[in-house]
Write a new protein. Structure first.
Length: 309
């Protein structure tokens, strides 16, 4: 993971742990994540005691999350069958939970111990484990742009893995109109037959690969470069709060074929769907068809009057 800066640590680790070093290794995310997996894996020298902390939401003092971990090899533990791992989960200055379980992080076959922070549409959680998962804890993760996360560990601890994988959302963009009424007036006077209002007609989708986010009402507006902006006007039922009227839902890019376009589409969580996607305006300009071959899915929209807005 690229080191952006080193900041002074302002927290204390578990009382039984030796003092951690006074600096954190932190990274700020470049965008707003829709999905995130942060995998940290560390190894103690000569199979000795291993302590570290993982942090997230670092810029927000009240929502800052911290996981403190201390793992002791079997020879130093009072457990007969293996080593012990103690952990504490904090949010801000409040202890959320603490616990203890077995850990084989210092075994001959695998000397590493991992903490994995995961964020996706189902929620956010952190997992701790050695050769296998030992603990799963739900956490609060703020998926805002510029989120800062990282780790802290004593000198001498070997970092086996420290990487962040993200799927970023596109930033919301809006059509250049002050409100929907101004857009409607523009469409009434447009002489471009491809600039229209479109209402949901039907679909042919593979439920194993995709599911429409609603019965959308859209508009197509020239982008000034031979293509068209697809403008969202309403109809979302899934992730409804993600979408506002006049927000860009996609873009039609011209091809050599008349009324046929390459399609860039933003799904319900503003992720780009573009691989092999295409669109066409058919049936004497009355149907807008959006085709997603890799998802085995097609959406169709019928031409409507701007007076319906």
């Amino acid at each position: 993971m690229k080191r952006l800066r080193r900041l002074a640590s302002v927290f204390c680790v578990l009382a039984a742990m030796p003092p951690a070093r006074a600096e954190l290794e932190l990274e700020a995310l470049a965008g707003c994540p829709d999905e995130l997996v942060y995998h940290l894996r560390l190894e103690s020298p000569k199979a000795s005691e291993l302590t570290f902390s993982m942090v997230w939401n670092y810029a927000d003092l009240e929502r800052r999350g911290r996981l403190d971990v201390k793992a002791t090899p079997a020879i130093q533990s009072d457990e007969l069958l293996g080593g012990a791992m103690a952990y504490e989960l904090w949010q801000g200055d409040s202890l959320v939970t603490r616990g203890r379980c077995r850990s084989d992080h210092a075994s001959a076959s695998d000397r590493g111990l991992s903490a994995v922070l995961t964020y996706n549409s189902t929620g956010s959680f952190v997992q701790i484990g050695d050769a296998s998962q030992r603990v799963t804890l739900p956490v609060v993760f703020d998926a805002s742009e510029g989120q800062v996360l990282g780790y802290d560990a004593p000198q001498g601890i070997k970092v086996l893995r420290n990487d962040i994988r993200t799927t970023l959302r596109t930033k919301p963009r809006f059509a250049p109109f002050s409100d929907v009424a101004e857009l409607a007036q523009y469409l009434r006077t447009s002489r471009d037959p491809r600039e229209n209002v479109w209402t949901y007609l039907d679909r042919n989708t593979d439920p194993q690969k995709s599911e429409p986010g609603g019965r959308y009402t859209l508009a197509t507006v020239s982008d000034g470069d031979g293509g068209y902006l697809i403008v969202y006007l309403g109809g979302a039922t899934y992730a409804r709060n993600e979408w506002q009227p006049l927000q860009i839902k996609g873009q039609l890019r011209p091809t050599i074929f008349r009324n046929h376009f390459d399609l860039e589409w933003y799904d319900t969580r503003r992720r780009v769907v573009a691989a092999e996607a295409n669109a066409s305006i058919t049936t004497q300009g009355t149907v807008l068809e959006l085709v997603f071959p890799l998802l085995n899915s097609t959406l169709r929209f019928a031409k409507a009057s701007a007076d319906t807005l």
